[in-house]
Structures are given as structure tokens and as C-alpha cells.
Design a protein around this ligand. Sequence first.
Ligand SMILES: C[S@@+](CC[C@H](N)C(=O)[O-])C[C@H]1O[C@@H](n2cnc3c(N)ncnc32)[C@H](O)[C@@H]1O
Length: 281
Amino acid sequence: MTNTIQAPDFEAIKQRQQQTWASGDFSVVAARIMLVAEHLVDTADLHAGWRVLDVATGSGNAAIAAARLGSQVVGVDYVPALLERGRKRAAAEGLEIELVEGDAEELPFPDASFDAVISVFGSMFAPDHARAAAELLRVCRPGGTIALASWTPDGFIGELFRTVSRHMPPPAGLQSPMLWGTEDHLHGLFGDQIESLDVTERAFTWRFTSAEELVTFFLEGVCRTRGHQAGRPRARPHRPREPLRPARRGECDRDSSDLHRGSSRQALTSSTPRGARSRHH
Ligand SMILES: C[S@@+](CC[C@H](N)C(=O)[O-])C[C@H]1O[C@@H](n2cnc3c(N)ncnc32)[C@H](O)[C@@H]1O
């Protein structure tokens, strides 16, 4: 008897993921991780005047950080409400940023149209890793810069993912997003299409007063909230759409009480697509 491993249905998975990202208000989480975007644009050594794309920009953290450095920035994401939030933030700072709706696995831009392509915890969540990586390479000019911030498997978010997966297993065959936080996986994805790969590991500390606060924060920020769209004022406090049944909530709390003390690790990577021009010009 032969066992055939079925490839995951990436399109169906992506559709469900889009609904999940759209159902929460990720801008609440984004407000806490702004520092990561600042570190990434510095690590990427973006030049003033460069045309920069922020993939899966959400409410625009890295796009805004890049625009503050004088880059000409475009951000792309598939959740319109988060983009709207980003537009308001950019306007409040007097920054000109183009924020467009689109898929990280099918970027709506011509080949080699950016000097740098960046993503903070963005492309890593696309279900088809190879396709997302190919798109980063395609839209970045030869000799340009691709810079990514990715959670690592061994940090707090990696641990959180494992905890959540114990309660809600991911679709069979889907690769963990946390693999993007490992050098081996990046070499596998980009292969010989890049000239170099630099990896810097940094810690990011999440601060919560309790495990309960941690669970509520991530539930509201990432999924399952009701009556609230990102960017709109809240009529009332967030409530999970389907409150966890007490037993499961208890399990989650027990698991998360081990987590809320931890700090996250993230890998900041910078790579250069092969080509005629050098990275600095
Ligand atoms: C963890 S959030 C990070 C958002 C933002 N980069 C930040 O640092 O605040 C992940 C983002 O990726 C977006 N996203 C996930 N998969 C995507 C895809 N296939 N195409 C476009 N956006 C995607 C989600 O909508 C969400 O805004």
C-alpha cells in the first residue's frame, strides 16, 4: 500500500487566514511591536529616496518607519480595514505612503520595481512559503535588499503557536510560519538567487500583567472579535465572538501562565537578490 501525502489546499487556507486577520484588530498588537519595524529598517540600511515595499504591512508599522527615513514607500496587505488604519496614521504624520490591497503570494507589482522589499511578521504567514519568497525576489531589483523580521521557533511566539496548535491543530501539511525565523529555511527558500544572507537575532519582550491579559490581548488582536473593525472607534469593549468554553479557557490559561513571562526572539534578515548592481550605490 502506498501512502500519498496530499498537498494542502493553499487557496482555501489563505482565504480562512484572511478572514481571521480581518476579524480581529491587529493594529492593537502592532502598536506594541513598533520597535521591531524601527530595528528592521535600520538593519536593512534603507536609503532616502529608495522605492520600498512593505509586504503584509497591516496598519503600516514598517511602511511608516521606512517613510520616516525618506524612502518612497508602498505597503500591501489583504485586510482593507488595517490599510485604512495605516492611511490615517500616515496622514497624521504628514507622510505620503501608498497602501494597496493585495496578496503576498501574488504581489500586484511588476518585476524588479523596488530597491528594497521588507516585511515584519508578514510574508512568514503566507501558507505557500516558496511562492511568498519567490514574490519577494521577483519585485526586488537585482542588487537590492530584502529585509524580513520573523519570529523564531524557540521564542515566546513560537511557544505560543505550539500551545495554540495543541488546541486548534493547523491544516495537515502546512509548514510552520516560524521556519522563516531559521537560517536553514531561508537558504532553502532563496537558494542561489541571493548573493548574501545576514541574520541578526534580537529579543522582544512582551509585557503582560497576567496570563488572562495575554490570552485576551492575542484573541482580540488576531481573531474572533465582534462588532469592531480596525480603525473604527469601539462602541464597547472587545469580547471574543465565541467565548472559550470554561474547560478549554482553563487549559489555555494554564498553558499561557508558563508563557507570559517569556520573551520572544525574532530573526532580522537582510539579503541581496543576485544581479548586476551592488547593494549600495
Ligand atoms: C502579524 S501581522 C503583521 C502586520 C505588520 N507587518 C506589523 O508589523 O504590524 C501579519 C499581517 O500579514 C497580513 N497577511 C497575512 N497573509 C497575507 C497575505 N497572503 N497577503 C497579504 N497580507 C497578508 C495580515 O493581514 C496582517 O496584517
